[in-house]
Ligand binder design. Structure first.
Ligand SMILES: Nc1ncnc2c1ncn2[C@@H]1O[C@H](COP(=O)(O)OP(=O)(O)OP(=O)(O)O)[C@@H](O)[C@H]1O
Ligand SMILES: [Mg+2]
Length: 336
């Protein structure tokens, strides 16, 4: 690599106490990933696989039960006081729902002013001019600053929420399905905004989504998550052309055509079966209970991550065959 990652996550684990006594929900289990300055990286997987928990643990909204988060090479768990606060500011979270992430009683100007003040900008004049700059950056007219956030459309609110995150000059944005609550017609606009911010401000972005269709264009690299673990990661196009984990193949096959009308009708990815409980995940490979290729060995050992090409890895014993097209996890699911 030519440069150092801005964010490095090493063997991160997050577990919650389960409602079943003495048991734990292993929501994030031994996840490692890297984000380089100014890149957009996708994190995809079905509902409940641990994407939000991973994102929330990275920014400190959940406590890690193991592993490390390093910002510019500095382990956050070793920091306290002002140093920790500064690092936390450098990692910002953009929530899925722009309706709950903003205070309805505030005007846009007040919401941004508050964020700038928290960010340590004491002078009112400086805050005013920075507010203008932030509105520019997210493509909102200056006049919007006097409106209450409740008067805004979903897309406008999400832009305000993004402006708030940018107020503290973050190095990394964790964007948790930031466009999925928005109308289809404005999703593309907000997606373009992320692309522009990445180019103009050099902010690195971990972009969480359910399926690969949304991050395909925007992300340079993609991590595929299943039941608390990363099962495959690689450059976007490469992962599209050569998905090498059965789960990625099935997830990709469930991506609909680009027609937004079809997308709207679709409720969930077409991967067969249910995600097992993260309280007692399957032994060996976690995907084996839904995998058409699974055999005895998959229940016995956790597959290591196999390198397929530079920066492309998949955790399946058949990864090389799947990569080379010698095998496929795509069984016919019947017509229609
Ligand atoms: N506070 C919590 N206490 C107990 N279990 C939790 C808690 N938060 C999340 N979980 C569990 O952790 C697992 C991962 O949840 P998470 O919300 O991270 O998934 P996700 O991939 O973001 O799903 P979605 O796509 O639906 O947003 C789920 O089984 C969930 O029920
Ligand atoms: Mg989530």
């Amino acid at each position: 690599m030519t440069h150092a990652p801005v964010l490095k996550v090493e063997n991160l684990q997050t577990r919650f106490k389960s409602v079943q006594r003495g048991k734990y929900v292993h929501a994030v289990d031994d996840v490692s990933l890297e984000l380089y300055p100014g890149e957009i990286v996708g994190l995809v997987g079905e509902s409940g696989c641990g994407k939000s928990t991973l994102g929330r643990t990275i920014v400190g909204l959940e406590r890690a039960s193991g592993g490390r988060v390093l910002l510019d090479g500095v382990d956050l768990s070793g920091l306290s006081g002002a140093a920790l606060r500064n690092s936390r500011r450098a990692l910002q979270y953009v929530f899925q729902d722009p309706y709950s992430s903003l205070n309805e009683r505030q005007t846009v100007g007040e919401a941004l002013d508050e964020a700038l003040l928290i960010g340590g900008l004491r002078s009112q004049d400086e805050r005013n001019s920075r507010t203008k700059e932030l509105l520019d950056q997210v493509g909102l007219a200056h006049a919007v600053k006097d409106r209450h956030t409740r008067e805004l459309s979903g897309g406008q609110r999400q832009r305000v929420a993004i402006a708030r995150s940018l107020a503290v000059n973050p190095r990394v944005l964790i964007c948790d399905e930031p466009v999925s609550a928005l109308d289809l017609s404005i999703r593309a606009q907000v997606m373009n905004l992320f692309l522009r911010l990445q180019k103009e401000l050099g902010v690195a972005c971990l972009f969480i989504a359910h399926d690969l269709s949304l991050v395909r264009q925007a992300a340079s690299r993609v991590y595929v998550m299943y039941l608390g673990k990363i099962v495959e990661h690689g450059p976007s196009q490469e992962l599209y052309d050569h998905p090498s984990h059965p789960y990625s193949q099935m997830l990709l096959a469930s991506v609909p055509e680009v027609d937004p009308r079809v997308e709207k009708l679709r409720s969930a990815p077409l991967v067969v079966g249910e995600v097992p409980s993260p309280t007692s995940p399957p032994s060996g490979c976690r995907f084996r209970t839904r995998c058409p290729l699974a055999f005895d060995e998959c229940a016995r050992t956790t597959p290591p991550s196999y390198g397929l090409s530079p920066d492309h890895n998949a955790a399946c014993v058949f990864a090389a065959d799947l990569y080379g097209g010698k095998r496929s996890a795509l069984v016919r699911q019947g017509a229609g």
